[in-house]
Design a protein around this ligand. Structure first.
Ligand code: NAD
Ligand code: TYD
Length: 329
């Protein structure tokens, strides 16, 4: 699997190996600003082989894939705001890197499961996206993910690769990088810093606890059909401002910390996914938002050693670039 040192990938590794003690996973990860070897510290070392490499590096990928039963591709540049400021790495990793992995899966004759996002469908005012909804991405991030998804379909049709896609809604939980909405608001609230809500904060996201997504991935990996897409949506849809207010309650802060700042360019108003097809394979989301957000806030409160080094490094410069003038205005 690729991208195993990131947020969802490391959650998947921990969960998968705890449930399947006889399995071994080769984790290939470039360790970008978003990937940390320490995220895998709790996973049994005897079941993991770690390769620090780029998914766009054909030789490293061929070596890693040798002897594996499947490729699960989590590796991606994953943050919409960074894709708006600097899209290059998104196209390189999310499109070209996916292509390199697909060639490797084709040559090795193994399954390729692509981890994708509801954002490829674009925004929906009413109802929910199904797997047959057209793709209509808005950001350089979602367009790059859509490019990767199209290559997966093309490799399945053209070369008969055993390839399939899962598309998830917004994940949250422990180990998420502080650039994303929920950890950013939790850490800022804990520190008594301003909370930068884009625009009116009425954008709706369909929240999915990472452990629930990790369990869906194994269900699709084992029972999904080649050439198919499987949507994995969370049990609740909430406007951003409600999420922020819930975090304020849990951290004992008041709403005066909220700062409505200039909106994100091309900001999708609402995401909503129908998970019927994945539920048909026997999967169910188990963690509701009330429980998941409490567990998440408690984890960040108890794991200062995890996030302090992130907040003091590259992230400081990113935060200044992204929010300095917005919060100053
Ligand atoms: P993340 O940014 O936390 O982690 C990405 C990981 O990929 C990091 O470990 C990073 O080092 C690695 N990586 C990046 N570029 C690489 C490259 N060129 N070669 C090898 N490794 C590389 O991301 P995440 O939130 O854990 O997301 C994982 C996957 O799930 C992504 O494909 C993302 O598009 C998808 N997804 C995420 C969400 C979400 O809410 N976070 C929702 C739906 C889908
Ligand atoms: P994000 O966590 O970046 O995920 P995505 O863009 O993939 O949905 O953002 C979730 C929502 O929160 C999105 O509508 C943008 C909004 N948001 C803010 O209002 N302020 C912020 O500082 C961030 C990072 C996000």
């Amino acid at each position: 699997m690729t991208g195993g040192a990131g947020f969802i990938g490391s959650t998947y590794v921990r969960r998968h190996l705890a449930e399947r003690p006889d399995d071994e996973i080769v984790v290939l990860d470039k360790l970008t600003y978003a990937g940390r070897r320490e995220n895998l510290a709790d996973a049994p070392p005897s079941q993991i082989e770690f390769a620090e490499a780029d998914i766009a590096d054909r030789e490293a990928v061929a070596r890693a894939v040798d002897g594996c039963d499947a490729v699960v591709n989590f590796a991606a540049e994953s943050h919409v705001d960074r894709s708006i400021a600097e899209p290059d790495a998104f196209i390189q990793t999310d499109v070209f890197g996916t292509f390199v992995l697909l060639e490797a899966a084709r040559d090795a004759g193994i399954r390729h499961l692509q981890i994708s996002t509801d954002e490829v469908y674009g925004s929906i005012e009413e109802g929910s996206f199904t797997e047959s909804s057209p793709i209509d991405p808005s950001s350089p991030y979602s367009a790059s993910k859509a490019g990767g998804d199209l290559l997966v379909g093309a490799f399945q049709k053209t070369y008969g690769v055993d390839a399939l896609i899962v598309r998830a809604s917004n994940n949250y939980g422990p180990y998420q990088h502080p650039e994303k909405l929920i950890p950013l608001m939790v850490l800022n609230a804990m520190a008594g810093d301003r909370l930068p809500v884009y625009g009116d904060g009425m954008q709706v996201r369909n929240w999915l606890f990472t452990e629930d997504f990790a369990s869906a991935i194994d269900v699709v990996l084992e029972r999904g059909e080649a050439g198919e897409v499987y949507n994995v949506g969370g049990p609740e849809e909430l406007p951003n401002i409600e999420v922020v207010k819930r975090i304020l309650e849990l951290t004992g802060r008041d709403e005066s910390l909220i700062d409505h700042v200039g909106d994100r360019l091309g900001h999708d108003r609402r995401y909503s996914l129908s998970a019927d097809r994945t539920e048909g394979l026997g999967w169910r989301a188990r963690v509701h938002f009330d429980e998941g957000i409490e567990r998440t806030v408690a984890w960040y409160r108890d794991n200062r050693d995890w996030w302090e080094p992130i907040r003091s490094g590259e992230y400081r410069e990113y935060y200044e670039r992204q929010y300095g003038t917005k919060l100053g205005s």
